[in-house]
Design a binder for this molecule. Structure first.
Ligand code: NZQ
Ligand code: ZN
Length: 385
């Protein structure tokens, strides 16, 4: 096991009717900016619940944060934060609203020129961004209890991230009932995203970490069971609750303690989203099977372990079991309605070289060994056409 530091300061408030707890969680009297997306919270009643809980707080609203939040939009919010002396940011929505809000929180106190520089050099993120709390409405990203913010600069089609300890939300309210209104596509994207977060911290090489391995396998097995149920029974509280808790744990740092990690699928996926506009979950469903097949020799031991413990494949030739574990993973994504080929999203074949070159230009050290080459990335994407 590698050395690690684990500190997760986010207070999680989970369950039915927990939005009302905002009145206890928010510091008294602070001027709050409530941030949200394109309007789902107005249609599903979450907006009204938040407004009710916030009576008595001076409130500013900033709506319109888009999926794959735009830097340009967030900078408009920063102007309002400064003009109106906002002291606390409350993100109400999915990962995009939350990530955008983490950027707003940091950029509002940034004094070093263009805040975009923070995405190239995380040490520029101010030590004390404005405090952020959230009401999460989409289980997927883990952003509700991690320090990550992924933001797109529309002008340059760059999708970059920072992840720093000071950007953890102060609190996250997780009410599974807020997720009943999710369209099937977003429910499925969320399951894929959480599954791939686990896979990238698990399907690497053995590091004598039986606890983290079994934690990861528990999450994968739960996603396999509960994901399809959520599509069949969107208003089943228990199913929505299990998915929500799973997605949080998939990327709150715990299962990543002391283990090798491989974020190649995410890095390649971010480029596909930045350039071709596909959803985050869709990009991962396309890329992960390609990465696993390309790297199956180096990931062999963990793929065999997954074949055994997640897919219950125990008989026959080892090579066949490795292949079947990857095939089953891809078929699981497809069974949720998430297509797994670039051509399913009308992405042209030259995407392979374009994406590989972009990542190479950024000197990205991809894969758990940090050595996935430009050629490897290109081959992975060529295999996904
Ligand atoms: O904008 P609104 O109207 O709210 O609609 C959203 C949006 O259209 C809708 N939605 C959210 N909750 C809903 C709902 N619709 C009905 N009922 C609800 N309860 O869903 C759509 C997608 O929302 P979005 O926030 O974009 O989805 P998600 O939570 O999957 O976030 C994706 C973003 O997070 C980043 C991704 O790259 C992407 O930009 N990630 C952030 C990470 C992090 N901070 O740690 C890690 C992830 O790997 C990921 O990269
Ligand atoms: Zn993700």
């Amino acid at each position: 096991m590698f050395n690690f530091t684990y500190h997760n300061p986010t207070e999680l408030v989970f369950g039915r009717d927990s939005i009302a707890r905002l009145s206890v969680l928010l510091p008294a009297g602070v001027r709050v900016m409530m941030t949200y997306g394109g309007g789902s919270i107005r249609r599903n009643g979450v907006y009204d619940q938040v407004r009710d809980a916030l009576q008595g707080w001076p409130l500013v609203e900033f709506g319109g944060i888009e999926p794959n939040p735009h830097y340009e939009t967030c900078m408009k919010a920063v102007e309002q934060v400064r003009a109106q002396n906002v002291q606390f940011l409350l993100a109400v929505g999915g990962g995009s609203v939350l990530d955008g809000t983490k950027l707003i929180a940091a950029a509002s106190v940034f004094s070093g020129g263009d805040p975009w520089a923070m995405f190239y050099d995380w040490s520029l993120v101010p030590a004390c961004p404005l405090p952020v709390g959230c009401v999460l409405t989409l289980p997927a990203t883990g952003s509700e209890s991690n320090g990550g913010a992924v933001v797109t600069r529309a002008a340059t089609q760059e999708k970059l991230f920072f992840t720093v300890p000071q950007s953890f939300p102060r609190f996250a309210i997780l009410d599974p009932e807020t997720t009943y209104s999710l369209p099937p596509r977003q429910t499925a994207n969320g399951v894929v995203d959480a599954f791939v977060h686990v896979a990238e911290q698990y399907l690497t090489y053995p590091a004598d970490t039986p606890l983290q391995d079994r934690q990861a396998e528990s999450l994968l097995l739960t996603l396999l069971e509960e994901g399809p149920k959520a599509l069949r029974s969107p208003n089943d509280y228990a199913v929505r609750a299990n998915l929500m808790w799973c997605a949080t744990q998939a990327l709150n740092g715990l299962i990543g303690c002391g283990v090798p990690q491989d974020w190649a699928t995410h890095m390649i996926g971010h480029e596909l989203t930045a350039l071709y506009g596909i959803d985050h979950g869709q990009s991962l469903a396309v890329v992960l099977p390609g990465v696993l097949r390309h790297e199956k020799a180096r990931k062999r031991a963990k793929l065999l372990q997954m074949a055994d413990r997640v897919w219950q494949l125990r008989d026959g030739d080892e090579n066949a079991r490795v292949d079947q574990a990857i095939d089953r993973t891809e078929r699981f994504f497809q069974s949720l309605g998430v297509a797994t080929r670039l051509s399913d999203y009308q992405i042209p074949p030259d995407a392979a070289s374009t994406v590989a070159q972009r990542l190479a230009d950024r000197n990205m050290k991809l894969g758990e060994h940090g050595d996935l080459s430009l050629t490897a990335v290109q081959e992975i994407l060529e295999s996904r056409q």
